[in-house]
Design a protein around this ligand. Structure first.
Ligand code: NAD
Length: 257
């Protein structure tokens, strides 16, 4: 048996033995879909670096530049679809095996793979729409873009508030309700699987450590080492799609190939 197959078997044994599983996902889950992760070499996120929240609030020119970068990135990733990892997690959630998916991703691909809102916890928000920072009203990107391209100025809300992509920027407070749900799910699980995350972005990266401290088993699927590898019950240092492919429903596999 090859190493990858044996590792996937060990993960399957942990999943089948567990009563309550949490999946914690990072940018590595979406690289197979053509969305680069943050830290791998050549990442466009580092050239189109998100603008710090305080600069966004303070400076209209920074806001306009932030929207320009956002729409440039959206054009590149317009047609991305869920990969094997997303579809496997959606299938495990549909089977009732996974109770919560805590994600750092903002790409909306868990939703597109069919994961229901009550299962998904987005720690860093969602880049597929925008919100007013004052009244909280949702703004659709198509309309926001039209206004931006017509005026060259960062859009504002009817209430006068600043409109921002519904993601959490560097320097912006974490969403309270998502953090509360993530903590509750982490403390309730007996298996926590971290998938495609370098586990260096805090506070999100605190959840796998918390699960381990609380007595849950910890599995890590990531092609590079992480700071928590030495504390994990299982480390799969390989490709996410390969490790999780067996959970993708066969009809779904055929559809996406
Ligand atoms: P990261 O870029 O720090 O780490 C991703 C990890 O995934 C890396 O260690 C890499 O080796 C691994 N990886 C990449 N492709 C893989 C594959 N196919 N199989 C196995 N491992 C693979 O990502 P992070 O920990 O999520 O932190 C980055 C931050 O940037 C997050 O806060 C996230 O919000 C944001 N971000 C999101 C997206 C997205 O939504 N898709 C993309 C880039 C950045």
């Amino acid at each position: 048996m090859d190493d990858a197959r044996e590792a996937a078997d060990r993960l399957e044994a942990l999943i089948e033995a567990a009563g309550s599983v949490v999946a914690f996902t990072g940018a590595g889950l979406s690289t197979e879909c053509g969305v680069p992760d943050f830290r791998s070499p050549g990442s466009p996120w580092l050239t189109n670096m998100p603008i710090d929240f305080s600069d966004f609030l303070r400076d209209p020119a920074a806001r306009a530049e932030s929207w320009r970068r956002k729409f440039a990135m959206d054009d590149v990733y317009r047609d991305v679809a869920p990969g094997r990892g997303h579809r496997a997690l959606a299938a495990l959630a549909a089977r009732g095996k996974i109770g919560a998916i805590i994600t750092q991703n903002i790409d909306n691909l868990h939703q597109l793979s069919g994961v229901p809102d009550e299962t998904l916890i987005e720690l860093h928000g969602n880049g597929s729409y925008a919100r007013c920072l004052s009244c909280g009203m949702r703004h659709e990107l198509a309309e926001t873009r039209r206004a931006f391209e017509a005026s060259g100025e960062a859009p504002s809300c009817a209430c006068g508030g600043i409109v921002k992509s519904a993601t959490i920027s560097f320097g912006q407070a974490m969403p309270v309700e998502a953090m509360r749900r993530a903590q509750a799910a982490t403390l309730a699980c007996d298996l926590f699987i971290a998938i495609g995350s370098s586990l260096v972005v805090h506070p999100a990266a605190g959840f796998p450590a918390l699960a381990r401290q609380n007595g849950a088993k910890l599995a890590i699927v990531n092609r590079e080492p992480t700071p928590l590898d030495s504390r994990a019950d299982l480390v799969i240092r390989g490709d996410i799609g390969d490790a999780l492919e067996r959970y993708v429903a066969p009809a779904n596999q055929a559809h996406f190939r």
